[in-house]
Design a protein around this ligand. Structure first.
Ligand SMILES: [Zn+2]
Length: 372
């Protein structure tokens, strides 16, 4: 059985008209998935988000921060808001922000528990993947780190976890959570921190103490295309998973590495995103799949719809159901076809040379440190 979180109750939350994080992308994606018949299908169970408890959130966040977030949300003026990363343009205190964070987290934890208990082979919370939040700090549009909380739930089941993060941004909050343990191998493929938020995720960040060798960072230069990603996946990411032999795979499937994003500058194609998802599926390891970033809404809708189809071994037609087009038009969105037409261009020589050097270095210095 596969589990899908219905994100529609989350659409009431709004980061603001000028904020790039659009919660309506979740509704558009879910509705397209539904119209393709991938909600009400045998073998699929749909669950509603429920709020994480404070006790659950304390597995990663500190009590003072949760209190500040809750008070700020209730409309109270909290003088130390800014020291917790709150109230900035990135991390606004919008109405219901505490509930938003806790609902997303509760959904990811429920998915984790379903996978760990063997009730689900794959569970997908497209609203999750909020990988930047820190124990006492909101960061990068993320107030509560649902990923870290879900992985803590998996660890409580005694599981060994690989975390694969293909979002354009470094998965810094999740790396921080598990930097000193070998029970979680975190792998992040992202745009180089010299060129984009959060400014971390360099090769030398490879874990500490018992966790040394269990954080792998693969920074890519802006403009990296499928040729680079193919090498990264074939020579680093999947070999690392093979070496580690996890009980559970957790993916953060941010769609902002796909070409045309409004925030990031990487050049992954949609076809490659789909191939990555298929490769994870083919591992046949219980899988917790989470969403993440994605600021070109059409990329998000396409990527996560195709991902859920692949998770269920369904090959979708390219034609978009007419009913969805009508709904999307309200957001000024139109899709000619599900996959669109992206030219498969090679990376420039400079980008390719740098990537080759990065890949060879990680292969030599980081990959051998991973033991089953
Ligand atoms: Zn991102």
């Amino acid at each position: 059985m596969n589990v899908l979180v219905d994100p529609r109750t989350l659409l009431e939350f709004n980061f603001g008209d000028y904020h790039p994080f659009k919660t309506y992308r979740l509704g558009l994606t879910y509705d397209l998935i539904d119209l393709y018949g991938l909600v009400s299908r045998e073998g699929i169970t749909v669950i509603e988000p429920r709020a994480a408890t404070e006790e659950e959130a304390l597995a990663f966040h500190n009590e003072g921060y949760l209190e500040v977030l809750r008070l700020a949300d209730s409309g109270m003026w909290v003088p130390n808001l800014f020291s917790h990363g709150l109230g900035s343009g990135d991390n606004p205190v919008f109405p219901g922000v505490y509930e938003w964070g806790m609902l997303v987290a509760g959904a990811s934890i429920d998915c984790a528990n379903a996978v760990a208990a063997g009730d689900a082979s794959i569970a997908f919370n497209m609203a999750g993947g909020l990988h930047h939040a820190m124990p006492a700090c909101a960061s990068g549009f993320c107030h509560i780190n649902d990923v870290a909380l879900a992985i803590h739930a998996l660890l409580a089941h005694g599981k060994r976890v690989v975390y694969l993060d293909i979002d354009a941004h470094h998965g810094d909050g999740v790396q921080h959570a598990f930097y000193k343990t070998d029970r979680v191998l975190t792998i992040s493929v992202h745009q180089d921190g010299h060129t984009i938020f959060p400014g971390t995720g360099f090769i030398g960040e490879m874990g500490q103490d018992a966790g040394r060798g269990y954080a792998m960072n693969i920074p890519l230069h802006p403009g990296a295309r499928d040729d680079v990603y193919e090498r990264v996946f074939s020579e680093l990411v999947f070999p690392a998973v093979d070496r580690y032999k996890p009980d559970i795979v957790v993916t953060q499937l941010g769609a902002d590495a796909i070409i045309g994003d409004l925030v990031a500058s990487l050049g992954m194609s949609l076809a490659l995103f789909e191939r990555f998802v298929t490769r994870v599926r083919d591992l046949e390891i219980p899988w917790l799949a989470l969403g993440g970033g994605g600021y070109a809404v059409e990329n998000v809708v396409r990527a996560w719809t195709l991902a859920w189809a692949r998770m269920n071994d369904v090959e979708l037609p390219d034609e978009i159901p007419a009913q969805w087009q009508t709904e999307a038009a309200r957001y000024g969105l139109a899709l000619g076809s599900l996959r669109g037409s992206q030219a498969d261009e090679p990376s420039t020589h400079r980008v390719l040379d740098t990537a080759n050097h990065t890949i060879d270095t990680i292969k030599q210095d980081v990959l051998p440190l991973i033991n089953p």
